[in-house]
Design a protein around this ligand. Structure first.
Ligand code: MN
Ligand code: MN
Length: 318
């Protein structure tokens, strides 16, 4: 038991009261001496400079923190109590520069390099999907990682808008090119929607990245698909990246690039739960856009998916 890092209970202080942190955990900034004891750091990445369509995920971390005050200490199905297994804390937000894309990428890499130096596993609430690239630059600088990626898009495109190489549609192309990810240990799940062309899928095929399109997901079910995903990731260090647009927009409308025909919120949670056993060195939940989420339901699903991923992190083989 690690008493300094327990969330505030709704039995003690009602959920609407107090300053909102991720899952009501203590706020431990990077210069706080308690950082040395933190094992899992929840981090906000309030930036959407890579968005190509409807914006708004820069507002995601605040909304996710607010929604996450509903999260309680114990998993409803497995009974796992993640905050008692590892010291968890809210490390605050990365400080982006909304007027400069590359400066923001560098700031984010520097932030996550410090998190990594402290031996902390980062669990990030985005932010658009380009945020994953600077995180990988910090976490994978010395060896390529495996990747389990939930999304309706591959985010493997070469460029947008006549040469813009850095958008939320390109992070995994860049990460492969930069040697941050091992294509043989990458699995993308839920891919669907109309396509520009087949360039992204051709890149996946040429490099050996496994893409499981939505028609296969619906035919096979979460358990079978996740058994394959875990086998692809293997025993090595693996990053998990979860774009909320993986989920059907009936359940998660608050996102910039929704695609119909996706998994239900139940299936979405099931997939994250089935990450248990993967050696997770970092994870994120991205693309929640509060301006398109008037009910707050997308953020609540996002916070719930972060809790599922946290439960998988604390079960990772050590
Ligand atoms: Mn994405
Ligand atoms: Mn997407």
């Amino acid at each position: 038991m690690n008493n300094g890092f327990q969330p505030v209970s709704g039995f003690v202080l009602p959920r609407f009261a107090g300053i909102a942190t991720f899952m009501r955990l203590p706020h431990v900034p990077l210069d706080d001496p308690r950082l040395a004891q933190v094992q899992v750091g929840l981090i906000g990445a309030p930036w959407d400079g890579g968005t190509t369509n409807r914006p708004g995920p820069r507002h995601g971390p605040r909304q996710l923190r607010d929604a996450s005050t509903m999260i309680r200490a114990q998993h409803g199905i497995t009974g796992i109590r993640p905050f008692e297994r590892m010291n968890c804390a809210d490390l605050g937000d990365v400080d982006p520069n909304p007027a400069d894309l590359h400066d923001t990428l560098d700031r984010m890499t520097a932030f996550y390099a410090r998190v990594r130096e402290a031996g902390i596993i980062p669990l990030t609430g985005g932010g658009d999907h380009l945020c994953t690239l600077p995180i990988l630059r910090a976490l994978a600088r010395d060896r390529p990682l495996g990747l389990i990626h939930f999304d309706s898009h591959t985010d493997l495109f070469h460029s947008y808008f006549n040469g813009q190489m850095f958008t939320h549609g390109t992070p995994f192309r860049r990460a492969v090119e930069e040697g941050l990810l091992d294509p043989a240990r990458m699995c993308m799940i839920g891919i669907r929607g109309t396509a520009y062309d087949s360039e992204d899928r051709d890149f996946a095929r040429a490099t050996g990245i496994r893409v499981i399109p939505i028609e296969d997901f619906h035919r096979r079910g979460a358990e079978d698909v996740m058994t394959e995903a875990r086998a692809i990731a293997g025993d090595g260090d693996t990053y998990v990246s979860y774009d909320i647009d993986f989920v059907d927009p009936a359940f998660a409308p608050g996102t910039g690039t929704p695609e119909v025909g996706g998994p239900t919120s139940w299936q979405a949670l099931e997939c994250a739960r089935l990450l248990a056993g993967v050696t997770i060195v970092g994870a994120d939940l991205v693309e929640v856009s509060p301006p398109f989420d008037p009910s707050g339901g997308t953020a609540y699903l996002g916070a719930s998916l972060m809790f599922e991923m946290l439960c998988a992190i604390v079960q990772a083989p050590s």
